[in-house]
Ligand binder design. Structure first.
Ligand code: FES
Length: 183
């Protein structure tokens, strides 16, 4: 059997060992590039899960001027909050059920009650019911029946210095003796 001679001027054919080395080298380069691409892609995917900006709701919220609140109860769905007014005195009770966080609804009592709560008088006009698992709360937020493990939270109210609006601090729970009484 005869082999064709290399054309005149062509580089000599590589030796078999040299060809294997080159193939190994190219394979390693290919694998390395693939790994780098995968790591980069995974990093980008993980990075995309972390927002650049915090979209958490602010904890201190202006609610409106005191005159915007009727005597009795006003529900604020954005804050999931009940604001109660009795003349010049205000307090705020969370509408977030202490069982699993559903929004409780207020049910007007057939007869208003005057009670002492945490050593201070409180006019009770409503009680609260959770539609999810049936927890019931008294008008001061105390858990009465159902799976709710503790009372509804009360939050601090204050007046904004700049424009006189009512302000709630949803990061600051207060005791049931809290009242904001305007001068
Ligand atoms: S979330 Fe209110 S009773 Fe379960």
């Amino acid at each position: 059997m005869t082999t064709n001679p290399a054309p005149a001027g062509a580089p000599p054919a590589p030796e078999p060992a040299e060809t294997d080395n080159r193939r190994d080298f190219l394979m390693k380069v290919g694998i390395g590039a693939g790994v780098v691409a995968l790591v980069g892609q995974a990093g980008a995917s993980l990075r995309s899960l972390v927002p650049n900006v915090s979209y958490d709701a602010p904890t201190t919220v202006k609610l409106g001027l005191p005159g915007d609140f009727p005597d009795g109860l006003k529900f604020l769905p954005d804050q999931r909050l009940f604001v109660f007014r009795d003349g010049r005195t205000f307090h705020a009770i969370s509408a977030v059920c202490t069982h699993l966080g559903c929004t409780v609804r207020a049910e007007a009592l057939s007869r208003t009650e005057e009670k002492e709560v945490a050593g201070k008088p409180l006019r009770i006009t409503h009680r609260f019911l959770c539609p999810c698992h049936g927890s019931k709360y008294k008008g001061d937020g105390a858990n009465e029946s159902g799976p709710a493990p503790k009372p509804l939270a009360w939050y601090e109210l204050s007046l904004a210095a700049d424009d006189g609006q009512l302000v709630v601090d949803l990061a600051h729970e207060v005791g049931h003796d809290f009242r904001l009484t305007l001068a």
